[in-house]
Design a protein around this ligand. Structure first.
Ligand code: ZN
Ligand code: ZN
Length: 127
């Protein structure tokens, strides 16, 4: 059963596994977010899901903020119980960073349009 206390133990054991070989700060390994000092908000993510044989070891663990965790699951979700995403934290880091850069470029136009639209709405409300 996953109780609060249980989850904390699971979290601590995973962080310990992550820390084993490298002394690391508890923060997102992509953007550095540290949960505003609350390390329980930083998510321990298994690069290869444990359900498909990924190990609870440093070599398979990456620390992520909720945003990067959501993105990691969004792009590398399992299909029919199979996992075809990156196999190491280093590769996942590279893929996530590349995804963000590509996304920023292709999405910039939409963002600008959205901001302009919001601006219009706000101005309308203000009147
Ligand atoms: Zn992050
Ligand atoms: Zn995860």
């Amino acid at each position: 059963m996953r109780t609060k206390a249980n989850e904390k133990t699971i979290f601590n054991s995973k962080v310990k596994a992550k820390r084993k070989s490298v002394k690391i700060k508890i923060c997102c390994e992509i953007c550095g977010w540290d949960g505003h000092g609350n390390q329980n908000l930083v998510i321990v993510h298994h690069v290869v899901p444990t359900a498909v044989g990924g190990k609870n070891e440093e070599s398979n663990i990456i620390l992520l903020c909720p945003n990067h965790h959501a993105i990691a699951h969004m792009i590398f979700h399992r299909k029919n119980g199979e996992y075809n995403g990156p196999q190491t934290p280093k590769l996942l880091k590279e893929k996530l960073t590349k995804y963000e850069n590509d996304w920023q470029e292709t999405d910039l136009k939409i963002k600008i349009e959205t901001i302009a639209l919001l601006d219009k709405i706000r101005k309308k409300k203000a009147n």
